[in-house]
Design a protein around this ligand. Structure first.
Ligand code: COA
Length: 386
């Protein structure tokens, strides 16, 4: 019985602690960050406001926000030893492994030390993670040592500017900003829970985040946006996609970017990113950026995505989650597929570190029990008798 309820059901429906940071699918509340609805935040806030809200408890006023943006801007630099390590990681590495190594290395070079430094350490990670991934990406793929001190005053702008080597347009900047808001926080998901378990041992913040990055890497969690893109890229047309995905369903294969552990009817983040993906898909000349396997007209990534979404709902009542239309939106902005999940890290770092602080503020080591399903007690045989 216990096996069914716990191990077999992935702890679904069990409360594993308290949080004031987020509600996910709670009746009447939906997805909220510290009480603010995701629709309002995605419509009117910026990622920096959301990060401040999560980490400090309240929205910043205009002066606080300007100061926070300026602060994050000053925290983007890469220490020389970290640059050297990034330059040694080959282009074939998994970008999430680069993020994990980057975070862990920073923990050596700039250790958190006393928990009194936790806010400074969290802000540093928010500032520097986009620099880490794009410095490695540009160096390993293009041989360019990108300048991570951009003039951009947002995390989204900084990410795009370091990736492309030039300032992004306002639309791309805003879409990525919204994407970071959508990915910033999501209660006790697998990576956040990893961070909290680590925090509950009173470990340092870099260890908590390094572990969380490892959890987010998996295709059942953050890796789903990349996996969705890889799926969509297999098809030349919506009709081909429908035929193939129908076959996947018949074979009981998992279709990445669909379903959710908590939401039952829809993922509130999907409509928001889908709206932006549609707008991007309608831009002249997009998708189909140089060097990317983009498609045009009816064969666009967005059209194929819509066809798969409809089929999944019609056949299985499975809805697109936050990851699915991110694939289309990111592709339209010319973001390489392998950087999709690292962007998730650049956003969720705000939620992870806020959860680490919350755990520390009211801590007891997280140590559940297991239901034993092994052998009855038995006599130990000597080596020669086995
Ligand atoms: N494709 C095909 N079938 C799916 C599916 C998907 N993406 N998601 C769920 N299902 C099926 C399950 O296999 C299960 O079938 P069964 O009853 O025959 O065993 C049924 O739908 C119910 O699954 P559910 O309990 O809702 O899912 P879960 O809580 O075990 O898993 C996910 C949740 C997110 C891990 C799962 O939906 C999944 O693997 N999705 C794809 C990965 C993904 O997009 N992850 C990002 C999440 S934001």
């Amino acid at each position: 019985m216990a096996d069914d309820k716990l191990g077999g059901a992935g702890l679904r429906g069990q409360s594993a602690g308290e949080t004031a940071l987020c509600t996910v699918g709670r009746t009447g509340a939906g997805l909220t960050y510290r009480g603010y609805g995701i629709d309002d935040l995605a419509e009117a806030a910026t990622f920096e406001e959301v990060a401040y809200l999560l980490l400090c408890g309240e929205l910043p006023d205009a002066t606080q926000l300007a100061a926070y943006r300026q602060k994050l801007k000053g925290l983007r630099g890469l220490p020389a030893p970290l640059r050297e390590i990034l330059e040694r990681i080959p282009a074939t590495a998994h970008p999430m492994d680069v993020m994990r190594t980057g975070c862990s290395t920073l923990g050596n070079l700039e250790p958190e030390g006393d928990f009194a430094n936790q806010h400074a350490a969290a802000d540093r990670l928010i500032g520097v993670l986009p620099s880490i991934i794009n410095y490695w990406y540009r160096y390993s793929h293009d041989g360019v040592r990108v300048d991570v001190d951009t003039d951009e005053d947002s995390v989204a702008g900084h990410f795009l500017a370091t990736l492309k080597g030039e300032p992004p347009n306002d639309l791309f900047r805003r879409v990525l900003d919204v994407s970071l808001i959508l990915y910033a926080e999501h209660e006790f998901n697998a990576s956040t829970f990893t961070a909290r378990v680590c925090a509950s041992t009173l470990s340092d913040i870099h260890s908590c985040v390094t572990g969380a990055i490892g959890s987010l890497r998996g295709p059942l969690h953050g890796g789903a946006n990349e996996a969705a893109m890889e799926l969509i890229d297999r098809f030349d047309s919506p009709a081909a996609a429908v035929e193939s995905v129908r076959g996947m369903l018949a074979r009981k294969e998992v279709v990445m970017g669909f379903g959710h552990a908590i939401y039952r009817e829809s993922d509130p983040r999907n409509a928001i990113i889908k709206g932006w993906a549609e707008r991007l898909a309608g831009l002249p000349g997009l998708p189909g950026l140089p060097g990317l396997p983009g498609k045009a007209g009816d064969e666009s990534v967005y059209a194929i995505s819509c066809a798969i979404e409809k089929l999944m709902w019609d056949e299985k009542r499975l809805f697109a989650n936050a990851d699915f239309f991110h694939a289309s939106a990111y592709r339209s902005m010319g973001i390489p597929t392998k950087l999709f999940t690292p962007i998730f890290v650049c956003a969720r770092i705000s939620g992870w570190t806020a959860h680490v602080m919350e755990q520390r503020a009211n801590n007891r080591i997280i140590r559940p029990s297991a239901d034993y399903i092994g052998s009855e007690p038995r006599d130990f045989p000597a080596l020669a008798e086995r």
